[in-house]
Design a protein around this ligand. Sequence first.
Ligand SMILES: [Zn+2]
Length: 310
Amino acid sequence: MRFRSIVGALFFVIFLNACSSAPKKIPQSPFEKMKLPTVDVNESVGFTSRGCLLGGEKIEDEGTGYTRVRLNRNRGYGNKNLIELLHKFGLFSAEKLNRKVIFSDLSLPRGGPFSSDHASHQTGLDVDVWYDTLTAQEKLSVDDKETRVVTDLGLSPKELKRENWNEALHPALLKWLSQANEVERVFVGAVIKRELCEKFRGEGWLTKIRIWYGHTDHFHVRLHCPAASGECEKPKQVLPVSADINAKGLSDEVTGCDNQLSWWFTDEALVKKSEPPTGASEKGWEFSKYPPRCQNLLKELELLGEVRRD
Ligand SMILES: [Zn+2]
């Protein structure tokens, strides 16, 4: 029981920094109205679920080994560390796996909260990657990029859909990302972590593979705060420090393959939890808890009466 309450507390702490669906209808976020990045030096400010992005860099829609989807959401901006990492990841996918990976949401041009889909992704350090991949020759049409149906690897919250899981490809993608120094953690569904724990027990890279609700049709990659982003806030829940992401023979406790995994298959865990992003309500948005430099971005909009004033 004690363990459960600890896990429960950890949930609460990490809850707002994982991507989750907003259950209530909330109005458009003022940040969704900002169509272009600022002209500042590239910098991530604040926390992933309470922050913004200055001088946001846009990833190209197509590149070596990758393509982006859902372009009309205008969520293709990030910290330059993220853009660089995604280019390297695309190269790895093309050269070593002969596949193209698919990226969906990064952040809005100036970061900040969304009215749908995510509580995090606010500082340009998060990206969603589909488990689906394309052959090297495949090209998605403009329409496909908006409407293509994503493949789900979960048969149920407790069971992996075996026919959609590729034993070579999927672990290779997750392992490459987890072994990248820039990556802080990768969120996957519980059934996927369980599969990895069975096949790669004791391997250091598993420490960065963490479980969150959903995440059986995409995984979520989060980067460390870049050294150049002095006002970037680190997550409060620190992962176990493994000696080495390349190590073997680590304990299940370190790799998260112990009770931290089995809890996710209990009835308690299966009750899906979700909450609107920081500052959101059905009445509007409130940004007083955001870093001052993020609040400054709203000044133009405030003059237009777009932001709720209490
Ligand atoms: Zn995400």
